[in-house]
Ligand binder design. Sequence first.
Ligand SMILES: Cc1cc2nc3c(=O)[nH]c(=O)nc-3n(C[C@H](O)[C@H](O)[C@H](O)COP(=O)(O)OP(=O)(O)OC[C@H]3O[C@@H](n4cnc5c(N)ncnc54)[C@H](O)[C@@H]3O)c2cc1C
Length: 405
Amino acid sequence: MRKPKIVVLGAGYGGLMTVTRLQKQLSHDEADIVLINKNDYHYETTWLHEASAGTLHHDKVRYDISDVINRSKVDFVQATVEDIKTEEKKVITSAGEVEFDYLVIALGAVSETFGIQGLHEHAFMIANINSARQIREHIEYQFATYKNEEEKKDERLTIIVGGAGFTGIEFLGELGNRVPELCKEYDVDPKKVRIVCVEAAPMILPGFDPELVKYARAKLEKKGIEFSIGTPLKEAKADSVIISKGEEEVEEIKAGTIVWAAGVRGNPVIEKSGIENMRARVKVEKDLRAPGHDNIFVIGDSSLMINEEINRPYPPTAQIAMQQGEVCAKNIISLLKGNEELATFTPDIKGTVCSLGEDDAIGLVYGKKLMGSKASFMKKVVDNRALHMIGGTSLVFKKGKFKFF
Ligand SMILES: Cc1cc2nc3c(=O)[nH]c(=O)nc-3n(C[C@H](O)[C@H](O)[C@H](O)COP(=O)(O)OP(=O)(O)OC[C@H]3O[C@@H](n4cnc5c(N)ncnc54)[C@H](O)[C@@H]3O)c2cc1C
């Protein structure tokens, strides 16, 4: 008899969590499991700000997918997903077509530029290993070029970070540690370097506890980071950004590096597939299925769930993606067993920790406020936990963070 075929798209937090749970709970003769991902490695998206600043080598941020999947149960296909034909139950990839009975879409997100002119052309985005490597190399190139040019262009050493949300602040924390190292390495006067965070909202880290936000801003300012708050970025050019400082007033800041870290939207494949979506994210049913599609699950940043307490979407996080992966695997197994009663998903938010560099952080964990080394310790615990949940103790020993203090 033909076995049902489960196809999982994306080997990020959500996709790998689903696959590792399926491979544990299903025997060889119960289903065929196929995992499709662009690369043969998984990267820790939540560590990309470190690789981008150059405080952590990009190889520390990734691991081989073959390290965590059981190749006797899971068929891994390295390919780019191009489209999903829901009616025909098949996925179109760069390596050919793949049919499915059950599909899990876990393709993550892409940067949202909100139509701001010039961002696609002139700004870097913290998106994956390749972009992180490019940001790190570009910043180093600017330092090296500055030292080598006859007529010094100080603006070469200005770094603009667009966005003071979670990603922007974590990146700024790393830059605050990395820039003094670069100054030493390239014999550059630290006074020549500017790091400017441009944010449209009236505050940094909107939604975070005000006391923690105050701590974070003070610590970053102490590292020399400037904040331009309530000043939307209007345009990015090859060597500057234009920011709005009021109804009529604009300011141009010359810069050698522009990094955009202000929001995400779902994967474009979702828009192309015709599955109902909002900015490429699927507002899923409580059992994580796409509306109107009994055999298609959508999880992680590709999905959208409303927090009914505040009537706003839950933020896209690795924490939620991993929890969804567990429930998704459980629900697929239920369907395979002919059980139509599926589990409903409710995020169990244990807390949030935002790093301010390797040695500092702020966080709210189980309702308790943390700052400084305690929060930083907790951040590493969270990072190691994610590794453990997908790859067990051996992966923690291989890739974990152990420099706690
Ligand atoms: C710098 C930074 C810091 C963050 N910090 C935190 C944090 O501290 N805590 C937290 O909970 N969240 C954090 N987040 C958010 C978190 O990383 C995301 O919510 C999480 O990665 C979503 O998981 P996912 O499985 O949906 O997607 P991802 O983990 O991004 O995985 C998507 C996978 O799909 C693959 N893929 C994409 N498109 C295709 C395609 N067309 N074909 C084939 N494969 C494809 C990608 O290569 C990737 O492997 C952070 C994000 C960033 C950028």
